[in-house]
Design a binder for this molecule. Structure first.
Ligand code: ADP
Length: 250
């Protein structure tokens, strides 16, 4: 959301209410989720969401590194979100910057509220999120991928965590912003929730919304999460249906 000259701002919303990629305000980008693509990890998932491509891998419960993070009464959930240097148009400086650290922290905290960590004291559940191609909404895509990867690893949880960002574009509340909308829009509100209870476990906001807009944005986000939740469950069903068939044929 940098300041740019008016001539540089693309048309974000047509008079007919269509967005830069033709979507309606309440429409998600296409999402494809694959559970279990990495065979060495305990659990994994690959998410293609619009132009985002994100891989998540889960290892554990396993020995804690570094050792001093070990907790006697529960597992520690360690999360590392990373954007590949080639994931954006201009080469990103490789390595963990402050943004990656912040995203890693909020995602770990979201999982802490759903994973039954007390079942695995003195262990670590390590969640790796690698963004291979980025086009806004990568923390949500990463969270969705990691959540399916945790389920694939057999980690007991209250539920899967669907996530989506809602924003404000050309004065309108819009679901699932893509890059230009994130850059030139007025607000960005990523969220993740526990579907059964509707409890929000991640909520951040950049930009400005009125209380009334915020309320509509939350409703739109919840509706988006419901759709994403269905796709997450389907990905896991597909994975285990295939495994059963393969096992049966062997
Ligand atoms: P999110 O990806 O969760 O929306 P941000 O709002 O921080 O997180 O970033 C929005 C988008 O901006 C990213 O998805 C990515 O496309 C782009 N971006 C973020 N950091 C960089 C960077 N260091 N260099 C280039 N593009 C970046």
């Amino acid at each position: 959301m940098g300041s740019v000259g008016a001539k540089d701002v693309p048309v974000l919303l047509t008079p007919e209410g269509r967005r830069i990629d033709g979507r309606k305000l309440d429409e998600l980008r296409p999402i494809r989720i694959q559970a279990g693509p990495l065979h060495q990890a305990d659990g994994s998932a690959f998410v293609e969401w619009g132009a985002n491509k994100v891989m998540a891998a889960v290892y554990g419960p396993r020995e804690v590194h570094p050792r001093h993070l070990q907790q006697n009464n529960k597992a520690v959930i360690q999360c590392r979100y990373n954007m590949a240097a080639f994931s954006v148009d201009e080469r990103k400086r490789p390595g963990l910057d402050r943004r990656s650290q912040e995203i890693s922290k909020v995602i770990a905290e979201a999982f802490e509220s759903v994973v039954f960590a007390e079942e695995y004291p003195r262990t670590s559940i390590d969640v790796y999120i690698e963004v291979l191609q980025a086009n806004a909404g990568t923390r949500c895509a990463g969270l969705v991928a990691a959540s399916v990867a945790l389920a694939d690893a057999g980690i007991p949880m209250v539920d899967l965590l669907p996530a989506v960002a809602v924003g404000k574009v050309a004065g309108q509340i819009a679901l699932d912003l893509k890059k230009e909308e994130d850059n030139f829009g007025e607000a960005d509100l990523p969220m993740a929730l526990v579907p059964q209870s509707g409890r929000l476990v991640l909520l951040q906001m950049e930009g400005h919304m009125t209380p009334e807009e915020l309320s509509r944005a939350l409703d739109l986000g919840v509706a988006g999460c419901t759709v994403i939740y269905g796709k997450m469950k389907q990905a896991l069903r597909d994975r285990y249906a295939t495994t059963e068939l393969a096992g049966g044929a062997a």
